[in-house]
Design a protein around this ligand. Structure first.
Ligand code: MG
Length: 264
């Protein structure tokens, strides 16, 4: 049984929880005001690193949601933090990814780009992937470079529809190398653990609010967090029954807020 009175921090998934497409969902402002008033910290976590935290701040602001960039945590950001805490300065990297990821890893000179003899291959979504890039990455991984993937999302929501995501490029590299990458983004627990650390939170006192059982809920559960599923996104009530069960299932954020007010 979930006791909301014990929760000291909240991680929100965004699409399907705070908004759907460009439409803000009911109850966001009221819930954030409640958390602020209770002194409960919160952040948003997303696998989608095609936008920077500053761009997410703008997008949220345009929908009337005031969440500063410092509280938006993308899989690229977590990957950068994880790699810095795991590898020494000067580690050589080959990046298969876009500008955001490159700037995060190379911007301050901590990592050094080396396309021929890297220690690490770091891969995310890359809209300009070529055979030559896949070849370089394949040869490096086959020579023993550690293979890190920002997120396993196979498709990527674009204006034109679903297009190949980080997981699709990962599928090509796994096929070519037989390697098993270390995956950072949801549903891997690393994403949740590092996000909780950034907020100074103990996972057991952290509530993940998500709309997907297989990523948001499963990953947070593995990371030792409490979980609440909202039915405003991907997962529907009839999908429930598969493991893991969320600690709480609510129709929407106003229903979550009502539960929380009762618990306090
Ligand atoms: Mg979602």
């Amino acid at each position: 049984m979930l006791d909301l009175a014990t929760i000291r921090g909240v991680l929100f998934d965004m699409d399907g929880v705070l908004y759907r497409g460009r439409q803000v969902l009911a109850g966001v402002a009221e819930l954030l005001a409640f958390l602020d008033a209770q002194g409960i910290g919160y952040a948003c976590i997303t696998n989608n690193a095609s936008m920077t935290p500053a761009q997410y701040e703008e997008k949220l602001q345009a929908m009337g949601i005031a969440i500063p960039a410092e509280r938006v945590v993308t899989s690229a950001l977590i990957t950068g933090r994880y790699l810095r805490s795991t590898y020494p300065a000067g580690t050589r990297v080959l990046i298969v990814g876009m500008r955001g990821l490159r700037e995060l890893l190379l911007g301050d000179g901590y990592f050094v780009e080396d396309r021929l003899t890297p220690d690490l291959v770091v891969q995310g979504v890359d809209f300009e992937t070529t055979y030559a890039k896949l070849k370089e990455a394949t040869l490096a991984i086959r020579r023993g470079a550690h293979y890190i993937v920002t997120n396993p999302d196979r498709s990527f929501p674009s204006e034109e529809g679903l297009i190949p995501g980080s997981g699709a490029i990962m599928a090509a590299l796994v096929a070519a190398t037989d390697a098993t990458p270390l995956v950072i983004g949801k549903p891997a627990p690393t994403m949740f653990r590092v996000a909780a650390e950034m907020l100074g939170l103990d996972p057991a006192q952290t509530l993940m609010v998500g709309d997907r059982l297989d990523t948001d809920i499963a990953g947070a559960h593995t990371a030792g967090m409490r979980t609440a599923l909202v039915l405003t996104g991907v997962t529907r009530r009839e999908d429930l029954g598969a493991d893991p069960q969320p600690d709480l299932v609510v129709d929407d954020l106003p229903a979550l807020l009502a539960h929380w007010r009762e618990a306090c």
